[in-house]
Design a protein around this ligand. Sequence first.
Ligand SMILES: *Cc1c(COP(=O)(O)O)cnc(C)c1O
Length: 353
Amino acid sequence: MKKHNFYAGPSILPQSAIDATINALKDFEGTGISLASVSHRSKEFDAVMDEAVALFKELLNIPEGYSVIFLGGGASMQFAMVPFNLMQKKAMYINTGTWASKAITEAKMFGDVLEIKGNDFFSIPKGWEVPEDMDYLHITTNNTIYGTEFHTDLDVNVPLVADMSSDIFSRKVDVSKYALIYGGAQKNLAPAGVTFVIVKDDILGKVDHKIPTMLNYLTHTDKNSMYNTPPVIPVFTALHTLRWIKEKGGVDGMYKMNREKADALYAEIDRNKLFKGTVATEDRSIMNVCFVMNDEYKDKEADFASFAASKFFIGIKGHRSVGGFRASLYNALPLESVNALVEAMKEFENLNS
Ligand SMILES: *Cc1c(COP(=O)(O)O)cnc(C)c1O
């Protein structure tokens, strides 16, 4: 029976990228050896790295003066690398949930943090301004756990840094408005193990303190992500995901499909008597759709979870800190899986009211 993979991360990837990785693990580019065993300094792997960087630049329309690097350590490592490299005295952080909070914890080790936070994490804080003396402003564009998302690229008067772990390549981004964009690959790009960083070259090398070699972005931008051994296998898978995105119409093509998927699911959540959305309508994420049972049907939550499992929906349990349900609609999730979930919600409504 076909499984519908709504996991929040690691999550669904294009089948073509999985298949290419399986084949390369057996025989990498006709070299007769496995991708797992090939030198990262081989000309064949060099070509993988170069094409992955080139496709990043092409698909996101990254202007001149930016570098794209692939690192280890996950997005969580960036929570520390960002302030280590960019914070001289103070920075502003918009706290939109669990991941942003973790980024703030790290930043506080390097200087003062001006934190902007709403009453809860079910909407994006609004109506704030950035004092001019901030070294940068940090945002989490998509809040994987709470299901909120910034839908526009902000215009601010200080360097803008964004964690885009869970919405990179889901929509068009005006990279020129950002000084640095980072993310773990395991939501929309590749298996866990590689982290991407898009950085404006002229913001680097400006802080007074020393930075350990491996934590210094300049180490990696200078060496095209080859200062040490990069995560070879996930970089390879990422390349094939990027090729798939290009084939499917680039980020505009992704956005069109993602919009359609998210609209279909939110429409059902709003229509169905049993369910309600948890997030302010204008801030609803198109990647992670969070919903709970309406108050009078609260006792049906466990029933719906097993009903969904019986229909081969995987990973729709809400994050332990939020409860209820979360359906992650990453790029590679087909519309057909969303339609199947909508049908199941209707069927469950008929059975229970
Ligand atoms: C998953 C996630 C992270 C953590 O990523 P790791 O690669 O596991 O460190 C950070 N930020 C956001 C927005 C995420 O979705």
